[in-house]
Design a protein around this ligand. Structure first.
Ligand code: NAD
Length: 258
Protein backbone atom coordinates (compact mmCIF):
# COMPACT_ATOMS: atom_id res chain seq x y z
CA UNK A 1 0.00 0.00 0.00
CA UNK A 2 1.45 3.36 -1.02
CA UNK A 3 2.08 6.06 1.56
CA UNK A 4 -0.03 9.24 1.27
CA UNK A 5 1.24 12.83 1.10
CA UNK A 6 -0.95 15.95 1.20
CA UNK A 7 0.44 19.21 -0.20
CA UNK A 8 -1.24 22.56 0.42
CA UNK A 9 -0.88 25.08 -2.39
CA UNK A 10 0.01 22.11 -4.57
CA UNK A 11 -1.77 23.26 -7.74
CA UNK A 12 1.17 25.31 -9.05
CA UNK A 13 4.73 26.49 -8.46
CA UNK A 14 6.84 24.82 -5.79
CA UNK A 15 3.89 22.78 -4.44
CA UNK A 16 3.18 21.23 -7.85
CA UNK A 17 6.84 20.27 -8.21
CA UNK A 18 6.77 18.69 -4.74
CA UNK A 19 3.71 16.67 -5.84
CA UNK A 20 5.59 15.41 -8.92
CA UNK A 21 8.66 14.43 -6.91
CA UNK A 22 6.76 12.68 -4.12
CA UNK A 23 4.73 10.72 -6.66
CA UNK A 24 7.99 9.51 -8.23
CA UNK A 25 9.05 8.50 -4.70
CA UNK A 26 5.95 6.27 -4.57
CA UNK A 27 3.51 8.45 -2.59
CA UNK A 28 -0.16 8.79 -3.46
CA UNK A 29 -0.88 12.52 -3.58
CA UNK A 30 -3.58 14.88 -2.33
CA UNK A 31 -3.36 18.39 -3.70
CA UNK A 32 -5.09 20.81 -1.35
CA UNK A 33 -5.65 24.26 -2.76
CA UNK A 34 -8.27 27.00 -3.07
CA UNK A 35 -11.43 25.86 -4.92
CA UNK A 36 -10.58 28.12 -7.89
CA UNK A 37 -7.34 26.17 -8.43
CA UNK A 38 -9.08 22.89 -9.30
CA UNK A 39 -8.49 23.21 -13.07
CA UNK A 40 -4.82 24.18 -12.57
CA UNK A 41 -4.35 21.20 -10.28
CA UNK A 42 -5.89 18.84 -12.86
CA UNK A 43 -2.73 18.73 -14.99
CA UNK A 44 -0.55 17.98 -11.96
CA UNK A 45 -2.96 15.21 -10.96
CA UNK A 46 -2.65 13.75 -14.46
CA UNK A 47 1.16 13.73 -14.15
CA UNK A 48 0.97 12.02 -10.75
CA UNK A 49 -1.36 9.37 -12.18
CA UNK A 50 1.04 9.03 -15.10
CA UNK A 51 3.72 8.13 -12.54
CA UNK A 52 1.46 5.26 -11.46
CA UNK A 53 0.20 6.84 -8.21
CA UNK A 54 -3.27 7.78 -7.01
CA UNK A 55 -4.05 11.50 -6.86
CA UNK A 56 -6.91 13.66 -5.68
CA UNK A 57 -7.80 17.33 -5.36
CA UNK A 58 -9.21 18.66 -2.11
CA UNK A 59 -10.64 22.17 -2.02
CA UNK A 60 -9.24 23.92 1.06
CA UNK A 61 -8.62 27.39 2.35
CA UNK A 62 -5.82 26.80 4.88
CA UNK A 63 -7.05 29.69 7.04
CA UNK A 64 -10.11 27.63 8.08
CA UNK A 65 -9.14 25.43 11.04
CA UNK A 66 -12.22 23.16 10.96
CA UNK A 67 -12.05 22.77 7.18
CA UNK A 68 -8.40 21.68 7.51
CA UNK A 69 -9.35 18.84 9.87
CA UNK A 70 -12.13 17.77 7.49
CA UNK A 71 -9.79 17.89 4.50
CA UNK A 72 -7.29 15.59 6.23
CA UNK A 73 -10.13 13.17 7.10
CA UNK A 74 -11.30 13.26 3.48
CA UNK A 75 -7.80 12.56 2.13
CA UNK A 76 -7.14 9.74 4.55
CA UNK A 77 -10.51 8.08 3.75
CA UNK A 78 -10.14 8.51 0.00
CA UNK A 79 -6.48 7.46 -0.35
CA UNK A 80 -6.45 4.94 2.50
CA UNK A 81 -3.87 6.47 4.84
CA UNK A 82 -1.97 9.59 5.84
CA UNK A 83 1.83 9.80 6.16
CA UNK A 84 3.21 13.18 5.10
CA UNK A 85 1.80 16.72 5.39
CA UNK A 86 3.49 19.46 3.36
CA UNK A 87 2.30 22.89 4.54
CA UNK A 88 3.41 24.71 1.41
CA UNK A 89 0.65 27.30 0.74
CA UNK A 90 1.84 30.85 1.27
CA UNK A 91 1.62 34.41 -0.01
CA UNK A 92 3.97 37.38 -0.04
CA UNK A 93 3.15 41.05 0.44
CA UNK A 94 5.91 43.66 0.22
CA UNK A 95 5.92 47.23 1.49
CA UNK A 96 8.16 49.66 3.31
CA UNK A 97 7.82 49.10 7.07
CA UNK A 98 5.96 52.36 7.71
CA UNK A 99 3.49 51.66 4.89
CA UNK A 100 2.47 48.09 5.79
CA UNK A 101 -1.33 47.76 5.60
CA UNK A 102 -3.34 46.04 8.30
CA UNK A 103 -5.19 43.94 5.71
CA UNK A 104 -1.93 42.65 4.17
CA UNK A 105 -0.50 41.89 7.60
CA UNK A 106 -3.61 39.99 8.69
CA UNK A 107 -3.94 37.99 5.48
CA UNK A 108 -0.21 37.12 5.46
CA UNK A 109 -0.31 35.83 9.03
CA UNK A 110 -3.60 33.99 8.43
CA UNK A 111 -2.25 32.06 5.44
CA UNK A 112 1.47 31.72 6.21
CA UNK A 113 1.29 31.17 9.98
CA UNK A 114 -2.23 30.18 11.05
CA UNK A 115 -2.52 27.97 7.94
CA UNK A 116 0.72 26.16 8.82
CA UNK A 117 -0.33 25.70 12.45
CA UNK A 118 -3.75 24.32 11.40
CA UNK A 119 -1.93 21.93 9.08
CA UNK A 120 0.37 20.77 11.87
CA UNK A 121 -2.64 20.25 14.17
CA UNK A 122 -4.76 18.35 11.64
CA UNK A 123 -1.85 16.14 10.55
CA UNK A 124 -0.69 15.39 14.12
CA UNK A 125 -4.24 14.37 15.13
CA UNK A 126 -4.53 12.06 12.14
CA UNK A 127 -1.06 10.51 12.61
CA UNK A 128 -1.87 9.76 16.27
CA UNK A 129 -5.28 8.33 15.35
CA UNK A 130 -3.68 6.04 12.74
CA UNK A 131 -0.60 5.25 14.87
CA UNK A 132 1.64 6.56 12.09
CA UNK A 133 5.14 8.03 12.61
CA UNK A 134 4.26 10.83 10.21
CA UNK A 135 6.29 13.68 8.79
CA UNK A 136 5.27 17.34 8.68
CA UNK A 137 7.19 19.65 6.35
CA UNK A 138 6.57 23.41 6.41
CA UNK A 139 7.35 26.22 3.95
CA UNK A 140 9.54 28.90 5.48
CA UNK A 141 11.89 31.13 3.46
CA UNK A 142 15.38 32.60 3.71
CA UNK A 143 13.39 35.77 4.48
CA UNK A 144 12.53 34.07 7.79
CA UNK A 145 16.26 33.79 8.56
CA UNK A 146 17.58 37.17 7.43
CA UNK A 147 16.27 40.71 6.80
CA UNK A 148 15.57 42.01 3.29
CA UNK A 149 14.30 45.55 2.57
CA UNK A 150 10.48 45.81 2.11
CA UNK A 151 9.92 42.15 3.14
CA UNK A 152 9.17 42.75 6.86
CA UNK A 153 5.66 41.23 6.88
CA UNK A 154 6.70 38.17 4.93
CA UNK A 155 9.89 37.74 6.97
CA UNK A 156 7.92 37.86 10.23
CA UNK A 157 5.53 35.15 9.00
CA UNK A 158 8.33 32.90 7.77
CA UNK A 159 10.34 33.34 11.00
CA UNK A 160 7.15 32.32 12.83
CA UNK A 161 7.02 29.15 10.70
CA UNK A 162 10.53 28.22 11.90
CA UNK A 163 9.45 28.82 15.49
CA UNK A 164 6.29 26.70 15.05
CA UNK A 165 8.39 23.99 13.42
CA UNK A 166 10.76 23.86 16.41
CA UNK A 167 8.00 23.95 19.07
CA UNK A 168 5.80 21.33 17.45
CA UNK A 169 8.80 19.09 16.66
CA UNK A 170 9.69 19.19 20.33
CA UNK A 171 6.16 18.22 21.46
CA UNK A 172 5.38 15.67 18.77
CA UNK A 173 8.67 13.78 19.03
CA UNK A 174 7.05 11.68 21.78
CA UNK A 175 4.77 10.25 19.09
CA UNK A 176 7.65 9.80 16.60
CA UNK A 177 6.22 12.56 14.42
CA UNK A 178 8.91 14.76 12.84
CA UNK A 179 8.46 18.41 11.87
CA UNK A 180 10.92 20.23 9.60
CA UNK A 181 10.93 23.23 7.28
CA UNK A 182 12.42 24.20 3.93
CA UNK A 183 13.55 27.76 3.36
CA UNK A 184 13.78 28.59 -0.35
CA UNK A 185 15.85 31.45 -1.68
CA UNK A 186 14.58 33.31 -4.72
CA UNK A 187 12.58 30.98 -6.95
CA UNK A 188 12.25 32.95 -10.12
CA UNK A 189 9.68 30.85 -11.88
CA UNK A 190 6.55 30.88 -9.73
CA UNK A 191 3.43 33.04 -9.65
CA UNK A 192 4.46 34.56 -6.35
CA UNK A 193 7.54 36.28 -7.73
CA UNK A 194 5.81 38.02 -10.71
CA UNK A 195 3.55 40.01 -8.42
CA UNK A 196 6.38 40.83 -5.98
CA UNK A 197 8.75 41.99 -8.70
CA UNK A 198 6.14 44.42 -10.05
CA UNK A 199 5.37 45.73 -6.55
CA UNK A 200 9.06 46.10 -5.66
CA UNK A 201 9.70 47.97 -8.90
CA UNK A 202 6.95 50.33 -7.81
CA UNK A 203 8.47 50.84 -4.36
CA UNK A 204 12.13 51.10 -5.43
CA UNK A 205 11.57 52.92 -8.70
CA UNK A 206 13.61 50.21 -10.43
CA UNK A 207 12.59 48.70 -13.79
CA UNK A 208 10.67 45.43 -13.64
CA UNK A 209 13.13 42.52 -13.52
CA UNK A 210 15.88 44.55 -11.84
CA UNK A 211 14.84 43.51 -8.33
CA UNK A 212 15.16 39.86 -9.24
CA UNK A 213 18.49 40.56 -10.98
CA UNK A 214 19.74 42.27 -7.80
CA UNK A 215 18.89 39.14 -5.80
CA UNK A 216 20.59 36.84 -8.33
CA UNK A 217 23.81 38.88 -8.00
CA UNK A 218 23.94 37.85 -4.32
CA UNK A 219 23.70 34.08 -4.99
CA UNK A 220 27.15 32.40 -4.93
CA UNK A 221 26.00 29.44 -7.05
CA UNK A 222 24.95 31.97 -9.69
CA UNK A 223 21.29 31.32 -10.43
CA UNK A 224 17.85 31.52 -8.89
CA UNK A 225 16.43 28.47 -7.15
CA UNK A 226 14.35 26.09 -9.26
CA UNK A 227 11.23 24.41 -7.81
CA UNK A 228 13.14 21.18 -8.52
CA UNK A 229 15.82 22.19 -5.96
CA UNK A 230 13.16 22.64 -3.28
CA UNK A 231 11.30 19.46 -4.21
CA UNK A 232 14.56 17.49 -3.84
CA UNK A 233 14.86 18.73 -0.24
CA UNK A 234 11.22 17.89 0.51
CA UNK A 235 11.66 14.47 -1.06
CA UNK A 236 14.55 13.84 1.35
CA UNK A 237 12.67 15.17 4.39
CA UNK A 238 9.65 12.97 3.52
CA UNK A 239 11.83 9.86 3.20
CA UNK A 240 13.09 7.35 5.75
CA UNK A 241 16.55 8.89 5.30
CA UNK A 242 15.30 11.82 7.42
CA UNK A 243 13.80 9.69 10.21
CA UNK A 244 16.17 11.11 12.86
CA UNK A 245 15.91 14.75 11.78
CA UNK A 246 13.36 17.04 13.42
CA UNK A 247 12.89 20.70 14.33
CA UNK A 248 15.19 21.89 11.52
CA UNK A 249 14.82 24.54 8.82
CA UNK A 250 16.93 24.02 5.71
CA UNK A 251 17.85 26.87 3.39
CA UNK A 252 17.87 25.91 -0.29
CA UNK A 253 19.24 29.11 -1.78
CA UNK A 254 22.43 28.51 -3.75
CA UNK A 255 24.50 29.82 -0.84
CA UNK A 256 22.77 33.19 -0.56
CA UNK A 257 22.91 33.08 3.24
CA UNK A 258 26.68 32.52 3.26
P1 NAD B 1 2.73 30.32 -5.77
O1 NAD B 1 2.07 31.66 -5.58
O2 NAD B 1 3.21 29.96 -7.15
O3 NAD B 1 1.73 29.17 -5.26
C1 NAD B 1 1.10 29.25 -4.01
C2 NAD B 1 -0.06 28.28 -3.97
O4 NAD B 1 -0.71 28.43 -2.69
C3 NAD B 1 -1.13 28.57 -5.04
O5 NAD B 1 -1.53 27.38 -5.66
C4 NAD B 1 -2.25 29.20 -4.24
O6 NAD B 1 -3.54 28.98 -4.80
C5 NAD B 1 -2.11 28.50 -2.89
N1 NAD B 1 -2.76 29.26 -1.81
C6 NAD B 1 -2.69 30.59 -1.56
N2 NAD B 1 -3.49 30.90 -0.52
C7 NAD B 1 -4.09 29.74 -0.11
C8 NAD B 1 -5.02 29.42 0.91
N3 NAD B 1 -5.54 30.37 1.72
N4 NAD B 1 -5.41 28.14 1.04
C9 NAD B 1 -4.92 27.17 0.22
N5 NAD B 1 -4.03 27.41 -0.77
C10 NAD B 1 -3.63 28.70 -0.93
O7 NAD B 1 3.91 30.28 -4.69
P2 NAD B 1 5.29 29.45 -4.68
O8 NAD B 1 6.36 30.35 -5.16
O9 NAD B 1 5.12 28.11 -5.30
O10 NAD B 1 5.52 29.33 -3.09
C11 NAD B 1 5.21 28.15 -2.35
C12 NAD B 1 5.71 28.34 -0.91
O11 NAD B 1 7.12 28.60 -0.91
C13 NAD B 1 5.06 29.55 -0.20
O12 NAD B 1 4.85 29.25 1.16
C14 NAD B 1 6.11 30.62 -0.34
O13 NAD B 1 6.01 31.61 0.67
C15 NAD B 1 7.39 29.81 -0.22
N6 NAD B 1 8.56 30.49 -0.82
C16 NAD B 1 8.56 30.85 -2.13
C17 NAD B 1 9.67 31.53 -2.66
C18 NAD B 1 9.73 31.97 -4.09
O14 NAD B 1 10.70 32.67 -4.46
N7 NAD B 1 8.77 31.64 -4.94
C19 NAD B 1 10.77 31.81 -1.82
C20 NAD B 1 10.72 31.42 -0.49
C21 NAD B 1 9.61 30.75 0.00
Amino acid sequence: MAKVAMITGGAQGIGAEIARHLSKDGFDIAIADLPGQKDTAASVIKEVEGAGQKATFVALDVTDQAAFTNAVDQVSNELGGFDVMVNNAGIAKVDKVEEIKQADLELSFKINVFGVLYGIQAAAKKFKQLGVAGKIINASSIAGMRAFPVWATYSATKAAVISLTQSSANELAHDHITVNAYAPGVVGTTGMWDEIDAKMADINGKPLGQNKADFVDTIPLGRTVEPNDIANMVSFLASEKADFITGQAYAVDGGGLL
